[in-house]
Design a protein around this ligand. Structure first.
Ligand code: SF4
Length: 418
């Protein structure tokens, strides 16, 4: 999952759409909802951005400006065509997908759209990804993506889920050579990777390579304040690497327990100002100018509209808001895996990819996406799944900077994700 499902209640959406002075968003959403039953009328609507559109930022040194909000496409887009049209109207023209998403239905859905509106392809900054790690497989995946997406070029092509910086230098720089060739053939414009694990190390490693144009990383109010992360983001900014943040809500792997008082204070404070805590989490990320865009899986109109409203809203978080967010992150840290996989996995001789399993639990428990959690878990080797609940994780727990009850959560994963 390269991006997150933002759960925003309809009640919250109505508050936000009104509060930030973008009431027209609601009207457009309702018009589109009505248009769903009249596809021919909807198909003739203009899609050019008009009026309020999401602001843009430079994407590293690529010379391209991207909207600060990107459409994460980890859902069946073949049956969500009107959402793409509306995203473009609001200036959400950075679209993210992957070869593996929804068994190809994400790429195919975007391809359906470009087949119908070929003139709009140039308006979209299109990103897709490959899980391949050798030149032949990457080329096969890229060609399949081009075919599914009904386009002859990808703007930014990612290696999906890079696990550590050393991966990027494997096999005598094969990725650099592959990227240069794909660029010279006109199949991709830029090259980079996404990462969920060991993010600061991956970013620092990438900043020294000289051939990485963009990175999508897990980045949110829980992760952004460490010196390591700050240094890694700055190094990428200096190297001219465009950064896209994902998993910006910082949802937890651990099942929700009783919420803290700080959370209640945050929700109340933000609603008084006219935005939800979900929107505040987006704002926290946008406050860092070195992050070009936030990628969010906006699979419903109301989620898209609420996120666009947040992007248009110019109210900044106050220092007290940020302090409360940091306090909340500290209070709930034992439920959130920071992806520092090298720390816990080395304590158990890498018998289990703990950080990956924590992420699958996050899909299941944090996002309530049981299918995604189970489908991801099913990709693990059978031997890993079998030994998951049998390992002694006490040494890993002692090292975990988030103080996570790793053993308890691995046993839970073995039960609920199997
Ligand atoms: S379980 Fe703890 S040590 Fe392991 S990746 Fe998550 S936060 Fe880091």
């Amino acid at each position: 999952m390269s991006a997150e499902k933002e759960n925003l209640s309809r009640r919250d959406f109505f508050k936000i759409a009104g509060a930030v002075g973008v009431g027209s968003l609601l009207g457009q959403t309702e018009a589109l909802t009505a248009a769903t039953s009249k596809p021919n009328q909807a198909a003739t609507a203009a899609t050019k951005p008009a009026g309020n559109v999401v602001p843009t930022r430079p994407f590293g040194k690529t010379g391209v400006k991207v909207p600060i909000l990107a459409l994460g496409g980890i859902f069946d887009i073949t049956s969500n065509q009107l959402l793409l049209k509306q995203a473009l109207k609001w200036g959400v023209s950075y679209w993210d997908t992957a070869n593996s998403y929804v068994k190809g239905k994400s790429e195919e859905g975007m391809g359906m759209y470009f087949a119908k509106y070929p003139d709009q392809r140039k308006d979209v900054f299109l990103v897709t990804k490959t899980g391949g790690r050798d030149a032949a497989k990457m080329t096969r995946h890229l060609d399949l993506s081009l075919e599914r997406l009904k386009t002859d070029y990808i703007d930014l092509y990612f290696l999906h889920g890079v696990r550590n910086a050393a991966d990027l230098k494997r096999d005598g720089g094969q990725f650099k050579a592959w990227a240069e060739k794909a660029k010279s053939q006109g199949k991709i414009r830029f090259f980079g990777f996404s990462t969920h694990r060991n993010m600061p190390e991956c970013l620092l490693g990438a900043s020294k390579l000289g051939f990485i144009d963009g990175i999508m990383l897990r980045y949110n109010f829980r992760l952004m304040h460490t010196d390591q992360m700050k240094g890694a983001v700055e190094a990428c900014a200096k190297a001219g690497i465009g950064l896209t943040a994902m998993k910006t809500q910082g949802r937890r792997s651990r099942r929700r327990g009783a919420e803290t008082e700080t959370k209640a204070k945050l929700v109340e404070r933000f609603l008084e100002k006219g935005f939800t805590s979900q929107q505040a989490s987006l704002k926290a990320v946008w406050e860092n100018p070195d992050v070009a865009s936030v990628c969010s899986a906006m699979y419903k109109f109301d989620v898209l509209a609420a996120n666009v409203a947040a992007a248009l809203n110019k109210t900044k978080l106050a220092a007290a808001d940020k302090r409360l967010l940091e306090q909340y992150a500290r209070e709930t840290c034992s439920g959130y895996c920071a992806g520092c996989a090298g720390i816990c996995e080395s304590a158990i001789s890498r018998a289990v990819p703990v950080a990956d399993v924590m992420r699958y639990l996050m899909y299941h428990n944090g996002y309530g996406d049981r299918d995604m959690g189970r489908a991801s878990f099913a990709q693990l080797p059978a031997a890993v799944r079998r030994r998951l609940a049998k390992i002694d994780y006490s040494a890993a727990e002692r090292r975990c900077p988030q103080h996570m009850p790793i053993g308890e959560l691995m046993r839970e994963a073995a039960e609920v994700l199997a």
